[in-house]
Design a binder for this molecule. Structure first.
Ligand SMILES: Cc1cc2nc3c(=O)[nH]c(=O)nc-3n(C[C@H](O)[C@H](O)[C@H](O)COP(=O)(O)OP(=O)(O)OC[C@H]3O[C@@H](n4cnc5c(N)ncnc54)[C@H](O)[C@@H]3O)c2cc1C
Length: 326
């Protein structure tokens, strides 16, 4: 049990780090608690991934991010956020999961996998990359079904079915095809979705040339050891298959938000309740930051446009703490 902190920040993603930088600049005591490694989500992104944002739009705390090309890679982003954490000497506990919090005295008691803390204010910057959106089909539990794609080499000479219509599916399909996989893409919608402007024509051309087979208006209905069934507009098809890459997106940890008492909208979007000016939730002194703010709309907030949450939150907290002292 330690002294009371001004702010405890949950998550050392880019936005949690940005909140730590702001708190430090404002002279507030803070601790960032992260259940994985530093920028754990980015660490788990595909090995060869290139951001759609230019590097200056991924900067936090005004610290310059230079990259060799206009759009930085995953490796460059890891380097950048590591250097930021180190040069600012941010207070971060890694590999420690926040499990719950409850109001107590002038703030909150926070329970983690390694201990307990007291903080006047809490910033929840949980991200969304920990929980995949499931296909909900028979066979999804087989080890050949992956919800995270990392490296194409693994799929050399394998029959790979990629499910999804957006960036992650496009990257997985193109990369595995280029490294010798036999790739089929299954898209529930009538056309491809939102894909980086330099990737989309590449995928369209591979599909036109028949190099990557694509089925639109189609869903996967069953997965077995050596085969998959898909439902196309022309009827059911059975395809030989070694691996399924289900690139169907991810969702924030709603059960954690509900457990601590953050209210969620009752529709399928599950928008968490917060004030858009201060970012304070229905729990006084508990703030939301980053991609978690969008509920199931995980494409609404990203690093580029949610860096500012850190600034707004710390400004509000500073005012509140000053007012409490008066
Ligand atoms: C493939 C891909 C490409 C992308 N490209 C871009 C891009 O080009 N530009 C852009 O702006 N955005 C991009 N995004 C989106 C961007 O990466 C996310 O919006 C960004 O990571 C959000 O930052 P965050 O800090 O809110 O969440 P995250 O980076 O997800 O960080 C949340 C952190 O909280 C930790 N955590 C979760 N639960 C707990 C707990 N209970 N206790 C402790 N720690 C916990 C997680 O381990 C994680 O490290 C991309 C996303 C993906 C998937």
């Amino acid at each position: 049990m330690k002294d009371i902190l001004d702010i405890l920040i949950i998550g050392a993603g880019p936005i949690g780090l940005a909140a730590g930088l702001e708190a430090q600049r404002e002279g507030l005591s803070y601790l960032i608690v992260e259940r994985g490694c530093l920028v754990n989500s980015i660490y788990n992104y595909p090995l060869n991934m290139t951001f759609f944002s230019t590097s200056e739009r991924l900067e936090i705390g005004g610290i310059p991010f230079t990259s060799l090309n206009a759009k930085p890679t995953r490796a460059e982003a890891l380097e950048y956020y590591r250097r930021v954490a180190d040069s600012a000497d941010l207070n971060i506990n890694l590999f420690e999961e926040v499990q719950n919090l409850q109001p107590e005295g002038e703030g909150y008691r926070i329970f983690t996998s390694k201990g307990e803390y007291m903080a006047r204010k809490v910033v929840v910057a949980l991200g969304f990359y920990g929980i995949p959106n499931l296909l909900h089909v028979s066979g999804e539990e087989l080890p050949k079904v992956r919800h995270y794609y990392f490296d194409p080499h693994y799929y050399f000479r394998q029959k790979v079915l990629v499910v999804g219509a957006n960036n992650s599916a496009a990257d997985a399909a193109l990369e595995t095809w280029r490294k010798g996989a036999d790739v089929t893409l299954v898209v529930r919608q009538p056309e491809l979705g939102s894909i980086k402007y330099w990737t989309k024509p590449d995928l369209e051309n591979r599909i036109k040339a028949g190099e990557i087979k694509a089925y639109f208006n189609t869903s996967i209905t069953e997965i077995r050891e050596r085969e998959v069934d898909i439902q196309t507009p022309e009827g059911k098809l059975t395809l030989e298959n070694d691996f399924v890459l289900a690139m169907t997106g991810y969702q924030p940890d709603f059960s954690f938000l509900e457990k601590i008492g953050v209210k969620l909208s009752e529709d399928q979007k599950r928008y968490p309740q917060y004030d858009t000016e201060s970012m304070e939730t229905n729990l006084p002194g508990v703030y939301l930051a980053g991609v978690v703010c969008g509920g199931m709309d995980t494409h609404v907030w990203f690093i580029e446009n949610s860096r500012e949450h850190a600034v707004k939150i710390v400004k509000h907290i500073k005012e509140e703490l000053q007012a409490e002292k008066v």
